[in-house]
Ligand binder design. Structure first.
Ligand code: FES
Ligand SMILES: [Fe+2]
Length: 381
């Protein structure tokens, strides 16, 4: 039997009308498919890489892995953010091996000391006087396209990036029904209150699919369904365009015990108050909006069966600076994350089983996940 063939004796009957098929199991484990996703999804579209506030001053940098590339993201002397491939133009040494740090005014390759400015331009090299024909821009670090939105630095490795408005903002608009609906949350002006990283032993698509549906909410999210009773019937907020799930009648805030939250973000309208909105920005961002804070997830796929998720809890700056108690609101989504990622890891264990060689099924409240599968399949074939 070759890989991917179904075992003899396991029948795959035509699906009844209420069910749709999923991707086959190998899409979650096969390194060849993962490599295709790296090249054709993560290296071609906009990737949310860094919280801009994590680069507070000129010379502050982070390195991020996008697809197969390591990228340096650095604050320039003009206050803007630059990004370039972490590959020396001399003989290819990796320039930065730290995840983050700060340099005074340049990056120097540790091998032969070629030195690059914060804009990536080649500034100096040993004996550069003997090479007067070298163009300092031409032999600078390869630049990556940069865009700042919602307080995050989004990067695109493609030579010709797709429209940011059509892809990233388009996903938010498709979910909320209007590009203006997110504006009132003033996400770019919020401040990081807490960050938790999760090393999830599951393929990145498991995590996207899980986030898109709420069929599981009644089973694994007792705290969340207390706060958002409509989730108990299995229809995620993401199922309806523009719909925010309403807090339960006796719930005061989006906290682990339903107790009062913090002051409402001033731009949040009355129609958005006491509601929870969830947005998937393909391929690697989830945004959760509630009246007093925003929970922002970035995923970094590491291998076919391992994904790093960074989750940021963002609040009004006054809330963070005053030391107000954010623990109860952090705890709610932290539990949701743990419950979700446990479920993703549980599914990942079965992806190579012969029982899942042709995939599983989506029930009606999950049918919209099929559009995500089509989106992936269109890109990787
Ligand atoms: S490889 Fe970087 S200076 Fe030689
Ligand atoms: Fe969940």
């Amino acid at each position: 039997m070759t890989t991917g063939e179904i075992a003899p004796g396991i029948a795959s009957p035509a699906l009844p009308a209420s069910l749709r098929g999923t991707l086959p199991g190998r899409y979650y484990t096969d390194p060849t498919i993962f490599a295709a996703e790296q090249a054709l999804i993560f290296e071609t579209g906009w990737f949310c890489a860094v919280l801009a506030a994590d680069l507070p001053t000129a010379g502050a940098f982070e390195t991020v892995q996008i697809g197969r590339e390591s990228v340096i993201v650095a604050r320039g002397r003009d206050g803007g953010v630059n990004a370039y491939l972490n590959v020396c133009r001399h003989r290819g040494a990796r320039i930065c091996t730290e995840d983050k740090g700060s340099v005074r005014r340049s990056f120097q390759c540790p091998y032969h000391a070629w030195t690059y400015g914060l804009d990536g331009k080649l500034i100096s090299a040993p004996n550069i006087g003997e090479m007067p024909d070298i163009d300092r821009v031409e032999y600078g670090l390869h630049r990556v396209h940069v865009r700042e939105w919602l307080g995050y630095v989004w990067l695109c490795l493609a030579e010709e990036p797709p429209s940011f408005e059509d892809t990233v903002i388009g996903d938010v608009t498709a979910r909320l029904g209007s590009p203006d609906a997110i504006v009132g949350y003033q996400v770019a002006d919020l401040k990081l209150g807490r960050r938790i990283s999760y090393d999830v032993k599951a393929n990145w698509k498991q995590i996207v699919e899980n986030f898109m549906e709420c069929y599981h909410c009644g089973t694994i999210h007792p705290e969340l369904t207390e706060v958002l009773p409509e989730f108990a019937n299995g229809l995620a907020a993401q199922y309806f365009v523009g719909h925010g799930a309403e807090f339960g009648e006796d719930v005061a805030g989006f906290t682990v015990d339903g107790s009062a939250g913090l002051e409402r973000i001033p731009g949040v309208g009355d129609d958005q108050d006491r509601r929870y909105y969830a947005i998937t920005v393909r391929p690697q961002v989830f945004i959760n909006l509630v009246p007093d804070h925003v929970v922002f997830h970035r995923m970094f796929p590491l291998t076919a069966d391992r994904t790093l998720v960074l989750c940021d809890w963002l609040y009004l700056p006054d809330v963070v600076d005053s030391g107000a108690d954010i623990d109860r609101s952090v705890e709610l989504f932290h539990r949701v994350n743990q419950q979700d990622f446990d479920a993703c890891e549980r599914c990942q264990l079965s992806m190579d089983s012969r029982s899942y060689a042709r995939g599983g099924v989506l029930v009606p409240s999950e049918h919209h996940i099929g559009e995500f599968h089509d989106w992936v399949a269109r890109r990787v074939g």
